[in-house]
Design a protein around this ligand. Sequence first.
Ligand code: NAD
Ligand code: TYD
Length: 330
Amino acid sequence: MKLLVTGGCGFIGSAFVRLALSRGAEVVNLDKLTYAGNPENVADVADDEGYRFVHADIADAEAVAAAVKGVDAIVNFAAESHVDRSILDPTEFINTDVVGTAVLLEAARTAGVGRFVQVSTDEVYGSIPHGAFRETDPISPSSPYSASKAGGDLQVLAWHRTFGLDAVITRGSNTFGPRQYPEKLIPLFVTNALDGLQLPVYGDGMQVRDWIYVDDHCEGIWTAMTLGEAGEVYNVGGGHEEPNMEITRRILALTGRDESLIRHVADRLGHDRRYALDTTRLRSLGWEPQRSFDEAIAATVEWYRDRRAWWEPIKSGEYRRYYEEQYGAR
Ligand code: NAD
Ligand code: TYD
């Protein structure tokens, strides 16, 4: 099996590239290498026989048409992925998450690619006070990020209905683990805590997320890719709900810091209060998360503690400008 994986130099995409190669697939990794794309994330497989890297934008129709030649499936991870950046400037979110997805779909249709997997997010459903979202629930995104992802999902469903493209969508919950860019809650708080810096908690910190370890998320995508039904959506949730304040306290405990590092800052605009997913559909295909949250968060903190060489260069340069803009005025 030959896969075109887009965004394979990012956090989840790089874990999926490793998984696919370990299962014997050939992988073409197409990545634009934005601020979030890091060749280091795939350095351990860069010389594998079955691996090839293409430096390109998913919105570049010519580059994409060349890359899809001979592939059996496309797995689209490429996206602008951070809510706070989408609030500062949504432009690239629309270019990549909506237009880029449509360019990939058109290339898949033209080349007759057998399966298209759109890696989406639980955030397209919006916030839910009680219970859990099912795949049949309407989407109601809140942020420019989630609206862009929802736009991508709708393109995928349209290509399936109109052109008969074989496509599935996965909607994953909040993911954590090694190699996550330190703008997201867990890697930001872990690396700040390791350095004795403040942890900026938005609002009251009682927002709830459903956390999943990165390898469990990738296994869910693999299951949907190999066993999922064309035209269907599959929720990929860890089933571990926790308010941000609890996550913050765990990180403080695991890094040996105390609560004096906690700083409550102005809330995020349009902040969703709670996400939760019903994963019955994916579980019916035999998938279930393997790692307990306790074990996975401890291993993740350990990874960042041991890999300063991975995150210290990231937290200088462009990141500093973003950090000042994001947290300076709060
Ligand atoms: P990430 O920001 O770490 O990585 C994104 C990758 O896509 C980077 O390598 C980047 O260079 C690449 N990219 C961005 N724009 C591109 C473009 N125009 N063309 C080609 N490559 C481009 O993201 P992530 O956290 O690994 O998320 C991967 C996917 O999973 C995204 O689609 C995201 O919406 C989805 N998702 C993420 C989470 C999460 O908690 N991180 C949860 C559910 C779903
Ligand atoms: P994040 O990791 O950005 O993921 P998402 O917005 O996709 O859920 O944020 C997770 C939660 O943590 C969310 O409720 C926002 C909150 N948060 C903070 O309180 N402080 C921060 O500095 C960040 C980045 C997030």
